[in-house]
Design a protein around this ligand. Structure first.
Ligand code: BEZ
Length: 212
């Protein structure tokens, strides 16, 4: 079974394209995005890795480290990374884990036997600095992920971690936000001195506070 929200993401040691690593040491006090790929030398995965490499500055701006995983070996990863650089215009600039024995994939529930008994699905885990899982996503092999959406979720998670707010449907940075229902109007008055609009007692809209 896949990890659930609020659970601690298990630590592991692994070989990667950046050398041997300890997951927790790699993350340090940053946020993390761990994402799996069905296999090396596959077309959709090739585009995904290129896209994440291109977005690396955006992840860094959010104090977030990215790390990929595929159940093929290091020699294949190294050879495939040349194809990624050649075809996607951006070389791999973050570690890709070689999980040949599928140990990490098993621990994280990345293999869904009814989809494939050997390949991982496209899993995404967003992990907070305290190592708890804040988001899980599972995509099929045939659908490449939208990494702008992953960045948007990180923005929302970081905002909610700092302020008593939630973000509405399709929210993006700069849009109004929702005051958490657990906050009374009295508390809201001190937290949101610029005020808010009450559409329903449980639906109070305010300007987005700054994300630090
Ligand atoms: C792909 O990345 O293109 C892919 C991987 C596994 C199965 C199907 C497609």
């Amino acid at each position: 079974m896949t990890l659930q929200l609020g659970e601690v993401a298990p630590n592991f040691k692994a070989d990667s394209t950046d050398g041997p690593l300890d997951f927790y040491e790699y993350l340090g006090s940053s946020w993390g995005v761990l994402f799996s790929h069905p296999a090396d030398f596959t077309p959709v995965c090739t585009t995904e890795l290129g896209r994440v490499a291109a977005l690396k500055p955006e992840f860094e701006n959010r104090n977030t480290k990215v790390i990929g995983l595929s159940v093929d070996g290091l020699a294949d990863h190294t050879s495939w990374s040349r194809d990624i650089a050649e075809t996607q215009g951006t070389a791999l600039n973050f570690p890709l884990i070689a999980d040949q024995n599928r140990k990490i994939a098993g621990t994280y529930g990345m293999i869904h036997p009814n989809a494939s008994s050997t390949l991982t699905v496209r899993s995404v885990f967003i992990i907070a600095p305290d190592k708890t899982v804040k988001l899980t996503l599972t995509y099929p092999a045939s659908t490449g992920r939208n990494f702008d959406e992953i960045l948007r979720v990180i923005d929302s998670l970081q905002l909610s971690a700092q302020h008593s707010v939630a973000t509405p449907a399709d929210w993006k940075v700069g849009d109004d936000v929702i005051i958490s229902p657990s906050i009374s109007d009295d508390e809201a008055a001190s937290k949101f001195p610029l005020g808010w609009k009450t559409l329903k007692p449980y639906l109070r809209i305010t300007a987005q506070p700054t994300i630090n």
